[in-house]
Design a protein around this ligand. Structure first.
Ligand SMILES: CC(C)(COP(=O)(O)OP(=O)(O)OC[C@H]1O[C@@H](n2cnc3c(N)ncnc32)[C@H](O)[C@@H]1OP(=O)(O)O)[C@@H](O)C(=O)NCCC(=O)NCCS
Length: 255
C-alpha cells in the first residue's frame, strides 16, 4: 500500500507538469526574404485544406486530386500577388506552434472598400419590403467609385487549421491584424464574409465588427462533390470595426 502511494506521488508531478505545459503559439508576418517560397507553399497547403475542403455552402468533404491541384495553384498565385510585394501595405500573418507548424493565417492590405452605405440608406431605399422583413442592412453601394469607395485596411484569408480550432487562435489573429492596421495609421478595419459562414460571422460579431452593407448578388467558388469547381450564388456581408485600442496580443503570446 505504502509503495503504491509512493509511486503515485512520484508520478503525479510529472503528469500534471505535462498538463500544465501547453503549446505556445506565435504569430509573425510571412517571411519575405529567407523562406518565402517554403512558407508560401506550407501556408497554401494549410489554407486549401482548411478553407476550401468542406467550404460552407455545399463544398466537398474531400477534395479530388484535380480540385486540390487547381486550388493550390490559384491560392499560391493569389498569396504571391497580394503579400510578396515589399514596400506596400499588405501583410500575411502566420500563426505557428513552437515547433514551427503553421496553424492559421490572416491577411490584411490597404485596398478600396465601398463605404457609402454606412449608417444610412436603408435597404431598398426604406421600401415596404424592408419594413416587412425588418432587413435594414443597406445594399451594396453602386455607382461612381470616387464618391463611394475609400482606401482602408481590408482583412482577408483568415483561416485556422481544423485540429487547432476553438482554442481562440482566430481571435488572436484578428487582434494582431488590427494592431497592424493601427501601426499603418488607420483606426478602422473592414472585411468581407459570406452570410452563411456562421462560425466566421459569430467570430467577427463577438470581436465588435458591424455589418455595413450586404451584397445579395455575390458569387463564390465551390468545390463540388462531383469533383469540379463551380461558381455559386451567395450573400456577402461587408463588416467594419472602429479600432480604439491595441489588441491583447502582438506577434507573440504564450497560452
Ligand atoms: C472561422 C474560424 C477562422 C474560427 O477559428 P477558431 O480559431 O476556431 O475561432 P476561435 O477559437 O478564436 O473562436 C472565437 C469565436 O468565434 C466564434 N466561433 C468559432 N467557431 C465557431 C463555430 N464552429 N460555431 C459558432 N461560433 C464559432 C465563437 O463566437 C467563438 O467564441 P467562443 O469560443 O467564446 O464561443 C475557423 O472556423 C475557420 O478557419 N473556418 C474556415 C475558414 C473561414 O471560414 N474563414 C473566414 C473567412 S471570412
Amino acid at each position: 500500500m505504502f509503495s503504491v502511494l509512493l509511486v503515485t506521488f512520484l508520478i503525479r508531478p510529472t503528469q500534471s507538469f505535462g498538463l500544465l505545459t501547453r503549446a505556445k503559439y506565435t504569430t509573425q508576418p510571412l517571411d519575405l526574404k529567407t523562406r518565402q517560397q517554403d512558407e508560401l507553399r506550407l501556408v497554401t497547403n494549410m489554407f486549401v485544406d482548411s478553407f476550401w475542403r468542406g467550404k460552407v455552402g455545399g463544398g466537398a468533404k474531400e477534395l479530388t486530386e484535380s480540385q486540390n491541384r487547381t486550388l493550390q495553384a490559384q491560392q499560391y498565385a493569389e498569396f504571391r500577388k497580394r503579400y510578396s510585394r515589399s514596400g506596400l501595405n499588405s501583410q500575411l500573418l502566420l500563426c505557428k506552434t513552437s515547433n514551427g507548424i503553421i496553424t492559421g493565417c490572416a491577411g490584411v492590405e490597404v485596398d478600396t472598400v465601398s463605404t457609402f452605405a454606412e449608417g444610412y440608406e436603408p435597404r431598398n431605399g426604406g421600401s415596404l419590403w424592408a419594413q416587412i422583413t425588418g432587413n435594414d442592412i443597406p445594399a451594396k453601394p453602386e455607382g461612381r467609385w470616387d464618391t463611394k469607395m475609400k482606401y482602408a485596411p481590408l482583412m482577408s484569408n483568415l483561416v485556422v487549421s481544423r485540429q487547432f480550432r476553438r482554442k481562440g487562435l482566430a481571435e488572436k489573429l484578428v487582434a494582431d491584424v488590427e494592431n497592424v492596421c493601427l501601426d499603418w495609421g488607420y483606426d478602422e478595419c473592414y472585411l468581407y464574409v459570406e452570410k452563411r459562414n456562421i462560425p466566421a460571422v459569430k467570430l467577427y460579431q463577438k470581436l465588435g465588427y458591424k455589418t455595413i452593407w450586404q451584397d445579395d448578388k455575390a458569387k463564390t467558388l465551390i468545390p463540388t462533390k462531383k469533383g469540379d469547381l463551380k461558381s455559386g450564388s451567395t450573400i456577402i456581408l461587408c463588416m467594419k470595426k472602429q479600432l480604439t485600442s491595441r489588441g491583447k496580443s502582438y506577434f507573440s503570446w504564450p497560452f
